[in-house]
Ligand binder design. Structure first.
Ligand code: 13P
Ligand code: ZN
Length: 285
């Protein structure tokens, strides 16, 4: 059952758990994410980036996810989300294709520009089927851009500004920066937990943590307790997939694509299941 992210996350916010938003790029990762969620009876957000839309075709990847979800798991709540849309045009295109949820990421632009375009995206999404919108304030950096001593303050979400941003734009969910970074091993050594609590006090919509592949060992539980409703997971999926493809090729069969991709699909499924159990959304579908 295709639903909006808002439908999934508003329900999550009432409970003491979170859900995962998992990046897909192809049939194998889509099947793995859906099978993991269905086995553990968890609502799930499946997301694609602009780069994936260029790679797979926006329409084909969308319909692949939708067909698999509707045909094999008709009762599972699944949101199909555009991750990190960087322009109004890509949001427009995604909504036209049928995405139930979009992110407009204007976090690299000055506040006024980010707020202006995000508000325009919200207006457009409301007028076109009530698609959910995620905005980002502060900035979640990428592994490739954080080296040596990082000045984390320049990335962080300001709680007062976040309150204003949510009011001015009307977004459904907000991506926050509290020391998180995309990719492995670039995070601020200790997340700014107090900042998250201050944001959650002022912002009453679901909060999303990007760059969450390596948020384990108590960190995930702590931020759920303080108001995170959704974790974005990409790198952990890529590593699981590529690791198994490499192993399968090294182990022997170099021609049967299926025997190379099947273990990779299984590894992604196990990774997604581990995350679902960590976030506590099993049994919440
Ligand atoms: P990771 O690659 O660190 O898991 O981050 C994923 C993400 O934020 C996708 O938007
Ligand atoms: Zn992200």
């Amino acid at each position: 059952m295709i639903v909006t992210t808002k439908a999934i996350l508003d329900k999550v916010k009432e409970g003491k758990y979170a859900v995962g938003a998992f990046n897909t790029v192809n049939l194998e990762t889509t099947m793995a994410i859906l099978d993991a969620a269905a086995e553990l009876s968890s609502p799930v957000i499946i997301q694609v980036t602009e780069k994936t839309m260029d790679y797979a075709g926006g329409r084909s990847i969308f319909h692949l996810v939708r067909n698999m979800a509707e045909f094999y798991h008709p009762h599972l709540p699944v949101a199909i989300h555009l991750d990190h849309g960087k322009s109004f045009e890509i949001v427009e295109r995604s909504i036209e294709i049928g995405f139930s949820s979009v992110m407009y990421d204007g976090s690299r632009h000055p506040y006024v520009d980010n707020a202006r375009v995000t508000a325009k995206v919200v207006e457009y999404a409301r007028a076109n089927g009530g698609v959910s919108v995620q905005g980002e304030l502060g900035n979640v950096p990428y592994l490739s851009e954080v080296h040596g001593v990082v000045d984390w303050d320049k990335y962080m979400t300001d709680p007062d500004e976040a309150e204003r941003f949510v009011m001015e734009t009307g977004i459904d969910t907000l991506a926050v920066a509290i020391g998180n970074a995309h990719g492995f091993a670039a995070e601020r050594p200790e997340p700014d937990y107090d900042r998250l609590s201050r944001i959650a006090d002022k912002v009453h919509i679901p909060l999303v943590l990007h760059g969450a592949s390596d948020w384990e060992d108590g960190k995930a539980e702590e931020v759920i307790r303080r108001g995170i409703s959704c974790f974005n997971i990409d790198t952990a999926i890529k590593l699981a997939f590529v690791g198994e493809v490499t192993r399968a090729i090294e182990a022997g069969d170099k021609t049967d694509i299926r025997s190379i991709l099947e273990p990779a699909r299984n590894a992604v499924k196990e990774t997604v299941k581990r995350k679902i159990l960590l976030f506590g959304c099993n049994g919440k579908a």
